[in-house]
Write a protein that binds this ligand. Structure first.
Ligand code: S3P
Length: 419
């Protein structure tokens, strides 16, 4: 069982944005509770290479912003490692810089589609080249004088939206981006606090170009996507009770809380406040023996997209079917998360049917344990380390190194909470 109270590590999405916006602001910025995961450190390294002075002291980061057009030509290729957020958002900023840059990443990044960003950025005037018509890395981008854009997004993606919002800061006129479904809105919230001229009207985002962003201090709330693993661990193990402090509760991120409630899970927000325009609170989670299956589809998908692997583990312990659909985006995450979840769950004794855009989990199953192929995907590794808590025999991950991407100290925390 899991018991205890802990302070949640910083949000990955917000940490990336904090480094990026601070770097292109004018003046000194301090970021507190920054996530020291490998993905966010990739963002730090890329902006350091472009001449930004970034000083990391414990969980605080000090960034001397170079201004909107003050980045310098990196003297080598920019390597984003495993981070999709780094490459896609950074391309939006690079589209506004008057120099050429080449970007690479690891094997997983090499398989992830970039056309969703490079195509609209090209239409704004950026010159972009890369494998298969700039769909895959390595990608070379030369920015400069951009025109504004009026863009209807064909997919739900905060990374694409954010990239275009950032490029729009450099446009020649008002840009409008129309979302398909509401995805995480940290870029919009943070940009506003940096003084950008940005207006959000439901699914439409209007941005005017600007001369400079102000500098400011940012506090990064805890990452609900990381909390999700501990939350599910507590829901499925007898006798558990965990209080998680400092959880980011932005409406665009809390789909997992809605789903847990629909499944009869015992989760409670015990305190709620706001920091830097983001909702934050403490979550109390208890063992829930009467979980039931549910359907997860449509609008809620972007609000819990990263939590689907761990929600699938939860669903194996619910009575009846859990249907997950409209989630084809899972195929182009750090791994093909439909396949990596379905195959691994079936291999450890669950009954899961693969769908083109999701899966059906037939509960309730007694999980057996066995070998897990993580595909070096941090969320697959953590999801199955939680399944291990209720397996007859042990789960054996082929590797757990990927966990440092988003959750440094994960196993220590799990050990501390395990009673
Ligand atoms: C992220 C957006 C999501 C999410 C990713 C982080 C972000 O991706 O899966 O882990 O920080 O903007 P998409 O926007 O591609 O769905």
């Amino acid at each position: 069982m899991l018991r205890g109270t802990f302070e949640l590590i910083g949000d990955k999405s917000i940490s990336h944005r904090a480094i990026m916006l601070s770097s292109i602001s004018k003046g000194n910025n301090k970021i507190s509770n920054f996530l020291m995961g490998q993905d966010c450190l990739s963002t730090v390294n890329c902006f350091r290479k472009m001449g930004v002075d970034i000083d990391i002291r414990d969980k605080e980061v000090f960034v001397k912003g170079k201004g909107l057009r003050g980045l310098s030509v990196p003297d080598s290729i920019l390597d984003v490692g495993n981070s999709g957020t780094t490459i896609r958002l950074m391309m939006g900023i690079l589209a506004g810089q008057n120099f050429e840059t080449t970007i690479i990443g690891d094997q997983s990044i090499g398989r992830r589609p970039m056309k969703r960003v490079t195509a609209p950025l090209r239409s704004m005037g950026a010159i972009i080249n890369g494998k298969e018509d700039a769909n895959y890395t390595p990608i070379t981008i030369k920015g400069g004088n951009l025109t504004s854009i009026d863009y209807y997004m064909p997919i739900s993606s905060a990374q694409v939206k954010s990239s275009l919002i950032l490029a729009s800061l450099y446009g020649n006129d008002t840009s409008i981006i129309h979302e398909k479904n509401k995805s995480r809105n940290h870029t919009e919230i943070m940009l506003k606090s940096f003084g950008a001229d940005i207006e959000v009207n439901d699914l439409d985002i209007k941005i005017n170009p600007i001369e400079e962003l102000y500098n400011r201090d940012i506090y990064v709330p805890g990452d609900i996507s990381s909390a999700a693993f501990i939350i599910v661990g507590a829901l499925i193990t007898k006798g558990s009770e965990v209080l998680i402090r400092n959880v980011g509760l932005n409406d665009t991120r809390v789909g997992i809380i809605d789903v847990i409630r629909k499944m009869n899970g015992d989760i409670e927000i015990v305190e709620e406040y706001e920091i830097c325009g983001e909702k934050v609170g403490n979550l109390l989670v208890k063992y829930s023996p009467n979980l039931i299956g549910t359907t997860i589809d449509k609008d809620i998908i972007p609000r819990l997209i990263d939590e689907i692997p761990i929600i699938a583990v939860l669903a194996t312990q619910a009575e009846g079917d859990t249907i997950i659909k409209d989630a084809a985006e899972l195929k182009v995450k750090e791994s093909n998360r439909i396949k990596s979840v379905v195959d691994n769950l079936n291999n450890i004794g669950a009954t899961v049917i693969e769908l083109e855009d999701g899966m059906i989990i037939k509960g309730k199953s007694k999980l057996q344990g066995g070998k897990i192929l993580t595909y070096d995907d941090h969320r697959i590794a953590m999801a199955f380390s939680i399944a291990n808590l209720i397996c007859e025999k042990n789960i054996l991950l082929d590797s757990d190194k990927s966990i440092d991407i988003s959750f440094p100290g994960y196993f220590n925390l799990l050990k501390e909470l395990s009673k």
